[in-house]
Design a protein around this ligand. Structure first.
Ligand SMILES: [Zn+2]
Length: 304
């Protein structure tokens, strides 16, 4: 392995005043824009571009901002928490919707996206990484080519999240079993985790991902371990994929989460250097290009 693709992402949420006081998200769109610009600047200091997953209302509010960032090398995809969508008529997480309901909300969101940008979204991440076995098929039907909706090992049934045993590296999605690699014309880019740590709480089991928000984790160690685990697996497309939300002040070098973000990016460089691998910034579209350039191969049938 010569190179590690580093994909830095951010999910852009509606302000909490429009959703719920306890939800992820900024206090206002003005704050949101400042945090987004700060995040892009810190990632750029370390040589990495940013891929955004943006809630439809945020796409409308920040259309000019995301057009500007896309022109400078960012990729902008769609993010949906059904319960945060518009007037709140979907009281659900994405994986709690039927195939028809998923197609309906995606279709509505595509309409808003067209209004904001004049193009259709082709990359997707669901809120909370919530999905079911209808999700990838719904995305393909509506013209998507890439997704970053799996968080290997995360099990949170109350929010319709179950990625137990999920494929940890970029792959073609499976048409009917979401944890497996398949043959669809849809690339799935899993979020990176440190699989050496397992957190168990009532109703919730997960390996920590590399969000810089953690209060009780050594984020530098998580980042180093995640890089080492990708190198040990030696997949065809080695990727470290990390993300957060637009709700911390990345313009403030003394902000706790901003400090964590810098520490993680430094550690990704250091862990790659220790392994003799070159870290290369990439956006989600470039990873999907590589996944879809590989021929679709059926897994061998297991007679057991
Ligand atoms: Zn979200």
């Amino acid at each position: 392995m010569k190179e590690m693709q580093v994909v830095v992402t951010m999910d852009c949420e509606r302000p909490r005043t429009e959703t719920h006081a306890q939800a992820t998200g900024p206090r206002s769109y003005a704050e949101s824009e400042r945090f987004i610009r700060g995040y892009v600047a810190v990632a750029a200091e370390h040589g990495f571009p940013v891929s955004f997953f943006v809630h439809p209302e945020v796409a409308l509010a920040h259309a000019a901002l995301f057009k500007e960032l896309a022109a400078k090398g960012s990729t902008v995809g769609l993010h949906i928490h059904p319960w945060k969508y518009m007037d709140g008529r979907y009281k659900a997480h994405f994986g709690g919707l039927s195939a028809g309901e998923q197609r309906a909300i995606l279709s509505e969101a595509i309409g808003l996206w067209l209004h904001a940008f004049g193009t259709r979204p082709i990359y997707f991440r669901s809120g909370t990484y919530s999905a079911n076995d209808a999700t990838f098929a719904a995305l393909v039907e509506l013209g998507f080519r890439g997704s970053s909706t799996s968080l290997p090992g995360r099990v949170l049934p109350a929010l319709n999240v179950n990625w137990a045993g999920a494929e940890p590296d970029p792959h073609r999605a499976h048409r009917c079993f979401r944890q497996l690699a398949g043959t669809m014309e849809l690339a799935e880019m899993p979020v990176s985790v440190d699989s050496s740590v397992t957190v168990e709480k009532p109703g919730h089991r997960y390996h920590p991902d590399l969000r810089p928000d953690w209060r009780d984790m050594d984020v530098r160690r998580l980042a180093g371990n995640a890089v080492a685990q990708v190198i040990a697996r030696a997949p065809a497309i080695p990727v470290v994929n990390l993300g957060t939300h637009n709700d911390n002040d990345y313009t403030d070098p003394d902000d706790r989460v901003c400090r964590n973000f810098r520490a993680e990016l430094e550690e990704i460089h250091a862990a790659c250097a220790r392994a003799g691998v070159r870290p290369v910034g990439a956006t989600v579209d470039a990873i999907c290009d590589r996944v879809l350039a590989e021929p679709a191969r059926e897994a061998e049938f297991a007679y057991v």
